[in-house]
Design a protein around this ligand. Structure first.
Ligand SMILES: [Zn+2]
Length: 347
C-alpha cells in the first residue's frame, strides 16, 4: 500500500492508502521524491477535465525520485538510481506515431492524467519512461525537468536562434522557463506578465519584464526593435488579451508559438498574419531529446531553475496546497514532498 493524493470530485482532493501494483515485465517501481503541482493539475482540480479523468485519480506528472525495484527483463536500472519520468505512453501504431510524432500520439496516455500519477509514495511505471538524473543534482530541482522539457520543446518549435528578439506573453513557471531557455539560445527576451509577484521573481532571474497593465507593450517593442517588431512571440497566458498581444508585437515573418491551453476558440487578427506574413506554430509536450536536454539544463548550476520553487509541502498537505494555488496569491511552483529524498533507508 502507498499513501497517495487523489482527485475524487470537483475541488476535492484527499490522501488515502492505495494499492500500487508490483513492477511487471519492463516496469520499474519508484519512490517519488518531489512532485510539482502544474496548471494542468489545477484544471483537473477545478473539475474542467472530468470528461477525461477517471476518479479517484492519483495526480502528478512533474517528478523526481529513486528506483526501488525493477521488474523482470529490466536491465538498465538499479535500486537507488535517481530518475525523472517522461510521462508519455504511445501506441506506436497510429498515423502520428508512424510519422515519427509519438509525443502527440493520437491515442496518447499522459501518465498522471489518463493513468495514475506520481503524487504517492510508490509509483510503478514503464522503464522506457525513465530518464536518468545525474549524481549530485538535488532532487527538488530535478522535479523541474518536465516543465523545462516543455520549454525546450517550445523554443525548438519556434525556431529561436541567436540574436532573435523574443516576447514571452505570460510569466508563470513555463513562461519563465521558455524565457530562460530562449536566452540560453542567444535570444534577447522580454516577458509580459500581470502578476507583480511573478514579475519580481522573473526580474530576480535576470529577465526583462513588462507589466501589460501599466506599460505600453507595443510602444516598448517598437522602441526595442527599431520599429521592426519581434521575431518570435510565445503565447503562454491562456487569455484572449495575451493572444492579441502576441500577434501585435510580431514583425514581418514573425513566428507565434502557441503554448497555452485555450479552452475555447479565440478571435485572432488574421489580417495581421496576411499583412506581415506571420507564422503560427503549436507546441505540445516534448520529445525524448527535449527531455534529455532539460535534464542537462536543470543539472547546470548556472541555470536558475531552483528560483522557481516557491515552497515544498508534505504529501498529506497537498490538498490544502491545491486550495492555496486555486486562491492565487504569491506563488510560482509548489512541490509535494513524497518522502524519498528524506527516508533514505527505503531504497
Ligand atoms: Zn500513436
Amino acid at each position: 500500500m502507498t499513501l497517495a493524493v487523489r482527485y475524487t470530485a470537483a475541488r476535492t482532493l484527499d490522501t488515502a492508502r492505495v494499492e500500487n501494483p508490483p513492477p511487471g515485465p519492463g516496469e520499474v517501481e519508484l519512490a517519488p521524491a518531489y512532485v510539482g503541482i502544474c496548471g494542468t493539475d489545477l484544471h483537473i482540480f477545478h473539475g474542467d477535465m472530468d470528461a477525461r479523468v477517471t476518479t479517484p485519480a492519483v495526480l502528478g506528472h512533474e517528478m523526481s525520485g529513486r528506483v526501488v525495484r525493477v521488474g523482470p527483463d529490466v536491465e538498465d536500472w538499479r535500486p537507488g538510481d535517481a530518475v525523472t519520468v517522461m510521462p508519455l505512453r504511445w501506441d506506436g501504431d497510429c498515423p502520428a506515431c508512424r510519422a515519427g510524432h509519438r509525443h502527440v500520439c493520437q491515442h496518447l496516455d499522459f501518465i498522471g492524467i489518463d493513468s495514475p500519477g506520481a503524487m504517492q509514495q510508490r509509483w510503478t511505471v514503464p522503464a522506457a519512461t525513465l530518464v536518468r538524473v545525474p549524481d549530485g543534482v538535488p532532487l527538488d530541482r530535478a522535479a523541474l525537468v518536465e516543465p523545462t522539457a516543455v520549454a525546450v520543446h517550445d523554443v525548438a518549435r519556434a525556431g529561436v536562434g541567436s540574436g532573435d528578439r523574443v516576447v514571452v506573453v505570460g510569466g508563470g513557471p513555463v513562461g519563465v522557463l521558455i524565457a530562460l531557455v530562449a536566452r540560453g539560445a542567444g535570444a534577447q527576451v522580454r516577458v509580459v506578465e500581470l502578476s507583480p509577484h511573478r514579475r519580481k521573481l522573473a526580474a530576480e532571474l535576470g529577465l526583462e519584464v513588462w507589466d501589460p497593465a501599466a506599460d505600453d507593450v507595443l510602444a516598448l517593442v517598437r522602441e526595442w526593435t527599431g520599429d521592426a517588431g519581434a521575431d518570435v512571440a510565445f503565447e503562454v497566458s491562456g487569455a484572449a488579451a495575451g493572444v492579441e498581444t502576441a500577434v501585435e508585437v510580431l514583425g514581418v515573418r514573425g513566428r507565434l508559438c502557441l503554448v497555452a491551453i485555450h479552452a475555447q476558440p479565440r478571435e485572432v487578427n488574421l489580417h495581421r498574419f496576411f499583412w506581415r506574413e506571420l507564422t503560427l506554430v503549436g507546441a505540445r509536450l516534448y520529445e525524448r531529446a527535449d527531455f534529455e536536454r532539460a535534464v542537462a539544463l536543470v543539472a547546470d548550476p548556472d541555470f536558475p531553475a531552483g528560483g522557481l520553487i516557491s515552497g515544498v509541502v508534505p504529501l498529506t498537505e497537498a490538498p490544502s496546497a491545491f486550495e492555496a494555488l486555486e486562491a492565487g496569491g504569491n506563488v510560482m511552483k509548489i512541490l509535494v514532498d513524497c518522502g524519498a529524498d528524506t527516508e533514505g533507508a527505503a531504497v
